[in-house]
Design a protein around this ligand. Structure first.
Ligand SMILES: [Zn+2]
Length: 162
């Protein structure tokens, strides 16, 4: 369940997204129509959040923003998501994934696209790239937030009364 606002990586990093967004050209598979599938990354836009996950939306060039599948993927341990305080208890354990996002639009091809995502997730460097994009995105969100709220910048280090 996505209670936090998820925003496309390309909105903050258009050039990097253009060069580092994964796409796959499918030919001759039984479970998917031939053609190109883009794996578009969405990250959390909530200031001071550290949910360490990505929402990957599968798009095709012919169909614009139609979601062919929406996949949640968290790279930390199940224990990390169970402890993380930003989500209701019933939701936390399920963030590890990858799994099809229950709150998003899906198509009958979504299960096949989830299998394809799991496959490319094993390719060299891809999981690390998602984590790097998350870090870049989160740093930008928090810097923007700190600039808008200068008095909050140091709130993690409260002065102790003596
Ligand atoms: Zn978050």
């Amino acid at each position: 369940m996505n209670m936090t606002p998820m925003v496309p990586f390309m909105k903050r990093f258009p050039h990097l997204a253009a060069s580092e967004t994964r796409s796959v050209t499918v030919t001759g598979r039984d479970d998917l129509p031939d053609g190109e599938y883009g794996f578009i990354e969405f990250y959390c836009n909530e200031p001071q959040c550290d949910c360490r996950r990505v929402l990957v939306v599968v798009l095709r060039p012919e169909s614009g923003w139609k979601f062919w599948a929406a996949i949640n993927y968290g790279w930390e341990s199940v224990e990390f998501y169970q402890k993380w305080a930003g989500a209701p208890a019933w939701d936390r354990a399920y963030w590890k994934g990858p799994f099809l996002d229950p709150m998003s639009e899906q198509t009958p091809y979504a299960p096949a696209l989830l299998r394809l995502f799991k496959f490319i997730l094993k390719s060299p460097g891809y999981a690390q790239r998602l984590q790097k994009h998350y870090q870049l995105f989160r740093t930008a969100v928090d810097e923007e937030y700190a600039q808008r709220n200068p008095t909050l910048r140091f709130r993690e280090f409260p002065q102790r009364a003596r």
